[in-house]
Write a protein of this length. Structure first.
Length: 279
């Protein structure tokens, strides 16, 4: 079970919904809930190379203090009657650095799907991508539209036999133990090149899943060359009415940054149900 669940708390429009999702998850797993708020000190990040008068600095710091108190109050009111063990962490710094640093002491981080937010979150338009690749913990990404819960009753697990897929399955273990239906998607599995490999993989996965108390999975082998892996994942989730997708996040490194691969980015940008990403 997840024992400590973190959630990104902020002043953006999506914050209230992801906090509700995190509360639902924490109740299900009887976990402690950690709200992490990355505060943005404007005098440090926006005006570090420009002279700012004492009056302006004082006004900015007063506004920052007011914002911090507002966020803490909103989180407190949202969790006040949850019956959970709750902790609120306020840390100054860039969002991706603050969230990664503190969420590494938790089992799971709840985030919102990247979107063009206004206000403070406009400074971090690709926060989800950055965190999934650098966090070292699974991240549950919640769609920016709609009011879906955490999901986890009908789960789609994406499997290609690779490291990222194995990591994702292990990270999702507490959810997979509780789900009622489990679908395994194996896209573009080259059975024609290795006859019998499909059945061998199915057999080993079934043995592993039954040993861990997961439901007996259904398998779906789909070609994806025409529409791509990302769209294949989204279509399969819809076809089986899945309320959660579990997948490994694939990417490549650039100079001093991480970038999502094509399939991961497609799912992140077009998701309609929560997605548990693991890297």
């Amino acid at each position: 079970m997840y024992k400590r669940i973190a959630v990104h708390v902020d002043r953006d429009d999506a914050s209230a919904h992801r906090v509700r999702v995190a509360i639902e998850l924490a109740r299900t797993h009887e976990a402690q809930l950690i709200g992490i708020y990355p505060a943005y000190p404007p005098t440090r990040y926006l005006y570090s190379k420009v002279y700012v008068s004492r009056e302006t600095t004082a006004a900015l710091e007063s506004r920052l203090k007011s914002d911090n108190e507002e966020v803490e109050d909103l989180f407190g009111r949202a969790t006040d009657e949850s019956g959970l063990s709750v902790q609120f962490l306020l840390a100054e710094g860039l969002p991706d650095e603050v969230l990664a640093t503190h969420a590494r002491y938790c089992d799971l981080l709840v985030l919102s799907q990247d979107y063009n937010a206004e206000g403070p979150m406009a400074l971090a338009p690709h926060l989800g991508e950055s965190l999934v690749m650098s966090l070292g913990r699974p991240a549950l990404m919640v769609p920016k539209f709609g009011d879906r819960g955490a999901g986890g009753r009908r789960v789609l697990l994406c499997w290609n036999g690779g490291r990222e897929a194995a990591r994702a399955m292990a990270d999702a273990d507490p959810i997979l133990k509780r789900c009622s239906e489990l679908v395994v998607l194996m896209a573009d599995w080259p059975d024609d090149k290795e006859p019998g490999m499909r059945e061998q993989v199915k057999s080993e996965l079934i043995q592993y899943m039954l040993a861990h108390g997961y439901p007996t999975p259904r398998f779906d082998f789909r070609p994806c060359k025409e529409i791509g892996i990302g769209n294949t994942i989204l279509n399969t989730a819809t076809d089986y009415s899945c309320d959660l997708v579990v997948m490994g996040a694939y990417g490549h490194s650039r100079i001093r940054e991480w970038s999502f691969g094509g399939a991961s980015r497609t799912v992140l940008r077009s998701m309609t149900v929560p997605v548990l990403f693991s890297h």
